[in-house]
Design a protein around this ligand. Structure first.
Ligand code: ADP
Length: 289
């Protein structure tokens, strides 16, 4: 099974005639609320890919709907705590041209009790996968504990902070980052992707596909599928979720990446995030040029 210490956000999307200027009060024409957060997206991707996923996280009393939706999507939510802090959310203002402005409030995502993490992972089995992203507290504690328990410890370095990556690096079996994050890592720490001391590293390259670097082996490149991209949000989270699901099923990494590459290509042809992540059947049936 897969254990995901991950963020859960309410994405509140306000449709506005224009983006507000400082001091301006502006009425929105509409509001849509979606399930978001990289952690939640990844859990949904893993579940859609057909693997078992336990989400470890926290919401406020205003976030029960988010937990319910994760349950509905096939994610095990018994380790999502309800805390005295509002649910993490993003206030996303979008104007008529599609230009946006985002206020992110981490809220409950930074209020996770480390004891609760220990209790959750006490139920993990050796060989299970543990994944984290940089949107929650307790990443280092989780990585260390996961490593001690013999779990395969995975990290998605987003949103990127060199310090956060360095803090978990000694415990990692698998690191995934996009091209921009890989460049930032190199600039800030001097580590090029090929030199990262982690057994499996994947650098995703957007419309150029992905590169797999296994320690001691030549890098392997995967070309992206040619699609009409209309919304790339959630592409990386979908890719990561599918890779993890493949690893959990014991697939060779190359095969897991091929499937993730198909899933992410399909994802960029859709508007939305968690709600529209493709399932395994759609990924297998997809026809690409
Ligand atoms: P992130 O969303 O984290 O920035 P990327 O932009 O690198 O990550 O995208 C992740 C994956 O999504 C890529 O490795 C690729 O498989 C797929 N992808 C992204 N953009 C496109 C695109 N324009 N066409 C096809 N596949 C894409």
């Amino acid at each position: 099974a897969i254990w995901n210490l991950g963020s859960i956000n309410a994405d509140m999307v306000y449709a506005l005639p224009h983006l507000p200027a400082p001091g301006e009060t502006l009425a929105a024409n509409g509001l849509d609320r979606f399930l978001g957060g990289k952690g939640a997206n990844m859990s949904v991707a893993v579940a859609r890919a057909g693997a078992r996923v336990n989400h470890i996280g926290a919401v406020g009393s205003d976030g029960r709907w988010a937990r319910d939706r994760l349950t509905e999507y096939g994610v095990d939510t018994r380790y999502i705590a309800e805390v005295e802090v509002p649910t993490g959310h993003a206030i996303i203002a979008v104007d008529a041209q599609g230009e946006n402005l985002i206020v992110l409030y981490p809220g409950a995502n930074h209020a996770l009790d480390v004891r609760q993490l220990g209790q959750a992972l006490a139920s993990a089995n050796t060989g299970d996968l543990l994944v984290m992203q940089n949107e929650t507290n307790a990443q280092v504690e989780a990585a260390r504990l996961g490593h001690e328990l013999g779990l395969t410890v995975c990290y998605a370095a987003a949103p990127f902070q060199a310090q956060a990556v360095q803090a978990v690096l000694p415990y990692l079996d698998f690191l995934i980052l996009n091209e921009v994050e890989a460049e930032q890592l190199q600039q800030e720490t001097g580590l090029s992707a090929a030199d990262i001391p982690v057994r499996h590293v994947i650098v995703t390259l957007g419309s150029k596909g992905a590169r797999y670097l296994q320690q001691g082996c030549e890098p392997v490149d995967f070309a992206a599928h040619k699609v009409q991209a209309i919304d790339t949000t959630g592409a990386g989270d979908t890719f990561t979720g599918y890779v993890l699901a493949g690893m959990d099923r014991g697939m060779p990494m190359e095969q897991a990446i091929l499937q993730a590459n198909r899933a992410a290509a399909l994802m960029v042809t859709r508007h939305g995030t968690a709600d529209v992540i493709p399932d395994l059947r759609e990924v297998r049936d997809a026809q690409f040029d």
